[in-house]
Design a protein around this ligand. Sequence first.
Ligand SMILES: [Zn+2]
Length: 253
Amino acid sequence: MRLLWLPDVLRAARLNVVTIDGWETRGKELAEVRGIVWHHDAAAVGASTASVEHLLVVGRSRPAGAAVPARPPRDGTWVVVAAGRANHNGYGTWGNESIGVEARNNGTGQPWPDVQVESYVSGTAAICRHLGLTVAAVKGHKETDPRRKIDPAGIDMDQARQRIAMRITYRPPTTPTTPEPEDIDMATAAELQSQIDGLKAMDKLVWAAGEEARRGPRLAHHRLGEGAPRRHGRRRGRPRASARRLATPDGLA
Ligand SMILES: [Zn+2]
């Protein structure tokens, strides 16, 4: 495996990236990337960019996979040195099947500018995302090889990992131009419910009107007396019979 995607992945994370000539073919093939190891390069405060880059490429037998930032004024620029295996963590956990990141710092108390640490965090998170690694795959050299190493001095790796972890999962918010599918479903569901409620209310009105229609005529019959013509007839008849009875003396008809 060669890290030919590295500059693009870093640039996609909005980082400033430069490459050192020949980076694509520098270093042997990596069998795998088991982790990312943070270092400081221990370059003197006043060392020139050229001398630091020369050191990263050929010096101290440890051309790193990438360096951040390898040039003054430590502005957070990533300098990609090699796409292949680099000799940066030979005795440490994961060995050199890992990506080394050499940050410009003299390691003896030189402050770490916020922009540099921010860049270190962002770039490392971008690499983790690209490779599908969790933050557990990020260690300082002082953690992979604690008996021999102190770098990156002045960086709390637990704090750094917390920041990296947030970046790995964080996705910048985007302004949706169209509603999300869930929103559409919700809107449709709400509309349907509103229509159902409307229909139910209308049903009640229709039912009530029907009741009124059914009851109305009966009430009207009672009021108008149309419902009991025979009773009226009988009533009308009875007074006549009574009248006849009254008109005819009992026992004399
Ligand atoms: Zn180191």
